[in-house]
Design a protein around this ligand. Structure first.
Ligand SMILES: Cc1cc2nc3c(=O)[nH]c(=O)nc-3n(C[C@H](O)[C@H](O)[C@H](O)COP(=O)(O)OP(=O)(O)OC[C@H]3O[C@@H](n4cnc5c(N)ncnc54)[C@H](O)[C@@H]3O)c2cc1C
Length: 479
């Protein structure tokens, strides 16, 4: 265990997470008389909205995930710690993070928690093995390898049945991510891979978009949802609405329709984009506060100043906060984090927490791409789709990408992909498909080794897990 030294006697701000909330919160404190420690379990600032382009071979990881350390190099009052936060002690005002076998304790005066959300399988976590989500770099690379691997498998298949299964791609959830992915898999098979195989025609691939509710892009309303649906259907994507996925295995999915019919679709490559839940730190914080609750998605129901009850120095922002009418989008995270940083600065000038103005969200609109040259866009009451919306989408995403180099390379990759037929990032390895399973197997082995050592009366090796985590691991194995 190591403790982070206090280098100055300035106000200490700890920021957890290097996503939109964590990065913008830290940057906003650049000129403040504080020491900021940003702790994140990932070493990069990930631009999640373009993950699907990594998964489908348009962009490389580097363009959408610059190293946080490099991004913050010039911010002298900020330092970056890599590690997963496993404990927050609100009484002693410390955060414990872990990297490999080492625990590190960092003290804070103010805390901004921006650990975002993770994929939710609505209680069916085993689905993750067969249908990865789209939240991390690992997810995107795994998915790219699964998509391209399915075409390779189909080329070698010896039966029509196997070929059909391998050439059927299922995207579960017709929100923006599902729509974008389905559109890109269709373009990949129709344009990029066309003419590159001998035994199969990639254009025969079926792309099926399953949605449990009755509409595509439900929250964007019927006009834009309808536009996106028609465009996808024109591209050959099969859209099945009111179709609840009840089971997933290696070979396909089981679907229950609105009329109660249960059917099966054979498919080797499935993607889950159906739901999210708040990071587990949200529940921990809520339980340790003076009565703050979490909502059904595990997000923290924060006070009007984005803090938790009884702790006006602890802010929860971004996808982890639950605030009415604030969507789980980049703007919510950026505005929430900027607000939190402002309150910390005002506190240094003597403002009491009870004098804070409540957080007010300014809705700048939302958009989703459907295919090249086509997107849907909503700004206030204005709703439009097509080429203009697609240009707006390109410009906005370029604006928010971090770093000039990333922007330039991204523009080049977009030219190559959208004007030509090629894609620059079509590499995929076997390791990308299987690494997640291997990591899980190693972790499970470690847990078993600990248990065996404990049963034999020997103290287990300190692998950095807390007693509570070890008990939770034992419960998982038992259950
Ligand atoms: C595929 C996809 C597409 C999207 N498209 C759009 C879009 O087009 N437009 C839009 O506005 N929004 C979009 N979003 C949503 C947007 O990306 C999120 O709203 C935004 O990233 C939330 O920011 P955040 O800082 O709260 O969380 P995140 O960006 O998720 O960052 C969370 C950070 O916390 C770190 N972390 C998590 N747990 C721990 C821990 N225990 N210890 C230490 N660090 C931890 C993570 O490593 C990460 O750095 C999309 C999201 C996804 C997944």
């Amino acid at each position: 265990m190591s403790t982070q030294d206090v280098e100055t006697n300035r106000h200490r701000v700890v920021v957890i997470g290097s996503g939109f909330g964590g990065l913008f919160g830290t940057k906003h404190l650049k000129r403040a008389d504080v020491d900021v420690t940003l702790i994140s379990k990932t070493s990069t600032h990930l631009f999640q909205p373009l993950l699907y382009q990594v998964a489908t071979g348009i962009l490389s990881v580097g363009e959408i995930a610059p190293a946080t350390r490099l991004v913050l190099r010039k911010q002298k009052n900020a330092k970056v710690l890599l590690g997963e936060v496993i404990d927050i002690d609100l009484e002693s005002k410390t955060v414990t993070s872990r990297l490999l076998n080492q625990n590190t304790v960092t003290e804070f005066d103010s805390l901004i928690v921006a650990t975002g959300a993770q994929q939710s399988y609505f209680g069916n976590d085993r689905f993750a093995t067969y249908a990865p989500g789209m939240k991390t770099i690992d997810d995107a690379l795994e998915l790219r390898a699964r998509i391209l691997g399915a075409f390779e498998g189909a080329e070698l298949a010896t039966t029509q049945e196997a070929r059909d299964r391998l050439l059927t791609f299922i995207v579960i959830g017709a929100g923006p991510t599902g729509v974008e992915l389905a559109g890109q898999i269709a373009e990949l098979s129709d344009r990029t891979l066309d003419g590159t195989f001998h035994n199969i025609d990639p254009r025969d691939a079926r792309v099926i978009l399953l949605e449990g509710a009755g509409a595509v892009l439900g929250p964007m309303g019927p006009k834009l949802g309808g536009k996106a649906q028609r465009r996808l259907e024109k591209m050959g994507v099969e859209i099945q609405l009111n179709a609840m996925v009840t089971d997933i295995d290696a070979q396909g999915v089981t679907v229950k329709d609105a009329d109660g019919t249960v059917r099966r679709i054979e498919s080797s490559c499935k993607v889950w984009s159906a739901g999210v839940q708040g990071s587990p730190l949200g529940k921990m914080l809520a339980e340790r506060s003076d009565g703050t609750e979490t909502d059904r998605a595990g997000r923290v129901v924060v006070e009007p100043d984005l803090t938790i009850k009884g702790h006006p120095n602890v802010f929860v922002v971004g996808d982890l906060m639950s605030v009415p009418n604030v969507p789980g989008q980049a703007q919510g995270a950026i505005q929430g984090a900027t607000y939190a940083a402002k309150q910390i600065k005002a506190g240094l000038k003597g403002q009491a927490p009870q004098d804070r103005k409540p957080f007010a969200y300014f809705n700048k609109g939302s958009m989703a791409t459907v295919s090249r040259f086509s997107a849907v866009c909503q700004v206030g009451k204005l709703e439009f789709g097509g080429f203009i919306a697609w240009l707006a989408w390109l410009a906005l995403h370029l604006y928010y990408l971090v770093g000039y180099r990333s922007r330039i390379v991204t523009v080049i990759q977009w030219f190559v992909t959208f004007l030509g037929r090629s894609r620059g990032q079509m590499a995929a390895t076997e390791q990308w498909i299987f690494a997640r399973l291997a990591v899980e197997a190693v972790q499970a082995d470690q847990e078993e080794a600990d248990e065996l050592a404990a049963a034999l009366g020997a103290p287990p090796a300190d692998n950095g897990r807390t007693a509570a985590e070890k008990a939770a691991a034992a419960d998982r194995r038992a259950g």
